[in-house]
Design a protein around this ligand. Sequence first.
Ligand SMILES: [Zn+2]
Length: 308
Amino acid sequence: MLELDGALVWAAIEGGGTKFVCALVDERGAILRQMRLQTETPEVVVEKLCAFFAGVQLRGIGLACFGPLELRGNSRARYASLLATPKVGWSGFPLGEALISRLNAPLIAETDVNAAALAEARLGAARGCKNVVYVTVGTGVGFGILVNGVPIHGLLHPELGHLLVRPARDADGRSDGFDGNCPFHGTCLEGLISGPAIAKRFTERGHEVPSELPAEFIALIADYLAQGLFAALLAVAPERIVLGGGVGSVPALLPATRKALRALAAGYYSRPELSEHLESFLVAAALPNAGLLGASLLARALENCHRT
Ligand SMILES: [Zn+2]
């Protein structure tokens, strides 16, 4: 048992579609204690989080959560609530309010990908960059975006994972014949290249999902992913793009995506980052727990903010 008497401690919580990770951190961001739990119903998750932090007076809570998430700060009751999500039981759940009232501490929330972008920019693969796009390809596809060092959100937050992309065609002009798996858009980026979408593509044709993806399939995923990255590049002009997530970390995907991105740009975006410096522009994520670290950064910056 840790001795915490008088120590200044903060809560960092990363909420994902399959698991939550929570940690108690000190003023330097060192993790004092950590726990991982399954994403069950929101009531069960909140109960377990509160048990983990029980008996500790927190200075603040940083929450990095899957979305869509209400991030407008004009209503404490709705701040950090889940919006319409296919995740059963979570739509409309007031996660922020539940944590604030149960843990009796101020809270700041971000999307998991915006928080990961913050951590990679501060501590990881995009250190020194102020304009950063962080992309995760895993259970879902998410884009976190920092402009001038600040995660962007307005009406909602960036949702480029649902970008509608140009369907791949073979040499004879035939579409690849996959209808996607996004319940909202079918063949949006997430509907085509998320882990579950890849699995569906194989299983609906009666194949097992291979443990190692074939090269031509990697090239197909890279082509779709590069379309998303190119859209982000054109819209935000980041200094660096960081790629992470379970699918995003497949080693062959990064070079294939660089090649596809260069081809898509077709010489239009006349910066060396898109040609001879592409390897230092589109890079692999460096932090295995970027979301949690982002939550920790946010929590410890809380005293400079006005959120409650
Ligand atoms: Zn979609």
